[in-house]
Ligand binder design. Structure first.
Ligand code: ZN
Length: 129
């Protein structure tokens, strides 16, 4: 398993980690298999979506922030329940096929670290088998 570092710059935001994950896959030597990307945090997530137009990420964040408001009478005393809810909805792991020693992503797909309670220093664990 390899550990990537992601420093997020705002309270919520998407960071394109495709190149970093791709480098781990290439260095792993796995030709055919699966790349598992896991975010070991409860207020962050990982997702795959369009990386051609940054407006797509803006729209996803805007809608998540609309559906899950920062304040909504939450019981959790830490004050970051919205981030926990977003983390569970988006998910803390995803897997991508490895083909020919490279990530098998669609033409418009990228891998995004999703920050919901930043800014923070975060980790991403990448396993290739
Ligand atoms: Zn919390």
């Amino acid at each position: 398993m390899e550990e990537l570092s992601v420093n997020t710059g705002s309270r919520t935001g998407f960071t394109d980690i495709t190149a970093k994950v791709r480098a781990v896959v290439r260095d792993s030597g796995v030709e055919q298999g699966v790349c598992l990307i896991h975010v070991p945090h409860t207020t962050a997530a990982v997702t795959i979506n369009e990386n051609a137009d940054p407006a797509v990420q803006e729209d996803i964040l805007k809608e998540l922030n609309k559906v899950i408001p920062f304040q909504d009478g939450y019981a959790h005393m830490e004050g970051n329940s919205a981030a926990h809810v977003k983390s569970s909805i988006v998910g803390c792991s995803c897997s991508i096929p490895i083909d020919g020693g490279d990530l098998a992503l669609g033409t418009w797909q990228g891998v995004f670290f999703c920050e919901f309670d930043g800014p923070r220093s975060r980790k991403v664990w990448v396993t290739c088998r």
